[in-house]
Design a protein around this ligand. Sequence first.
Ligand code: RIB
Ligand code: CA
Length: 310
Amino acid sequence: MTRRVIIDTDPGIDDAIAILFALAHPELDVAAVTTVAGNIGIETTTRNALRILALAGQGIPVHPGAGRPLKRGSRTDTRIHGVDGLGGVAFPEPEEPASSEPAHMALRRLIADAPAGTIDILALAPLTNIARFVEEAPDVARRIGRLIAMGGAVREPGNVGPRSEFNIAHDPEAAEIVFSAGLPLTLVPLDVTRRVRADAVYLARLAALGTKQALVCRDLIAAYFTGTSGGESRPLHDPCVPLLALRPDLFATHSMRLSVNLGEDELAGALEPGEHALAVAMGTDAPAVLDLLAETLGQALSSPRTTSHQ
Ligand code: RIB
Ligand code: CA
């Protein structure tokens, strides 16, 4: 059964892989992409989303969102994703302009216009856009099908602080708003994403698939080896989100009550025992997940989808 999804993203190498996987899987219908500042500034994340869709030949609308967190300063880091945000990997120039409708309004319109529960939001970035949507239209936000978000660290050390993960730490206030909204939220933290990595054999497997999205994902992951020991890539954080959306049986999720540290010190954005009930993916069958990723990237992309631009 096909699921309609909206992808909120800050591409980003791993975002790009997640988006290409979602576009290639026949059971995911990407209704729109919303962008946010995170890995890199909003102009670049938006341009990258347009470039990724141009490569995939999909005329899906891209709605630019927040250029900075709700209350804090923005901090980008080009060390991991490169100055262009895509590891210098060749992508075409955008074929379409970004939509003039901002992200939080597109989220609200699409969810309001669809039957309740029929659209999932796949969140691959700081939660600023989603928090703004939730605050402005809580009744509409309750019509979201599933909200699956990459973020946080439960037992794992953080990646931007001793216990803070980038997406949550970039905008802790937004995360706390989203966590407290009573949405059907599944969190995909570092505890599970760090188990999903590629090695040289996997790169060769992608190259042998021969499809354009498999070849570009091979190049993206190769760029993602920077700063590692060289044996394995950095974790494929964001692809875990659409993979869980399609095959929740490949992930072990637990109900937890968590809150977000809103302090100003190194613990800002850390997840702490709290009051908000959410599902948290804490385990996965990583070989099966990597198999599904490769098999899907090897499939021909469906004919170009052109969705009316708002
Ligand atoms: O901590 C990992 C997350 O931060 C991923 O979404 C990655 O793209 C970066 O945004
Ligand atoms: Ca991301």
